[in-house]
Design a protein around this ligand. Structure first.
Ligand code: HEC
Length: 143
């Protein structure tokens, strides 16, 4: 038992040195939906608090995100989130891709699939009220 515990601790220590989180950089003015002047402020603030950490390149990491194995798990979610829908690269999307993402977004927000429950569990400010969901839906439906 003692040997197993020692090995586990060694593995955990080594894991701390494995880079797990994708890079984070400031929002690019030209392509970010969040920086778009036409984006209503209430929509901007909902996206910023509830979606930005997984769906943009400007994720903000809480302290525990740096601790393995949590870092590996969060890093994977964010990589996948960015790949599927990236607010920072919105203006690089073709009109057809934008239309498809908008459709997906409306569905995800309606069905309460986004933001992911594992995220709102630790970020209570990201738990969306029905009103906030309605704000997102009516804005994206109007595009
Ligand atoms: C904790 C990370 C996380 C948060 C926070 C989050 N998402 Fe996601 N999102 C993901 C991941 C991972 C996927 C891809 C896998 C899946 O569909 O479950 C995804 C998929 C999506 C997709 C689907 C894109 C496609 O092409 O299928 C949309 C749209 C989306 N999210 C919108 C949102 C919106 C809007 C918010 C905020 C209200 C949000 N997400 C918050 C991680 C997150």
């Amino acid at each position: 038992m003692k040997r197993v515990a020692t090995v586990l601790i060694i593995v955990l220590v080594i894991l701390q040195f494995v880079p797990a989180l994708p890079e984070s950089s400031p929002e690019p003015q030209a392509t970010s939906l969040l920086q778009n002047e036409k984006l209503p402020e209430n929509v901007q603030s909902i996206l910023a608090k509830a979606c930005n950490d997984c769906h943009s390149n400007s994720s903000v990491w809480p302290w525990y995100a740096h601790v393995a194995p949590v870092s590996l798990w969060i890093g994977h979610h964010v990589e996948e989130g960015r790949e599927h829908f990236n607010l920072s690269e919105w203006e690089n999307y073709e009109p057809k891709k934008k239309a498809h993402k908008i459709e997906e977004l409306i569905e995800m927000v309606k069905e309460e699939e986004m933001p992911l429950p594992s995220y709102t569990w630790l970020h209570s400010e990201a738990k969306l009220t029905m009103e906030e969901r309605a704000t997102l839906i009516s804005y994206f439906e109007s595009l």
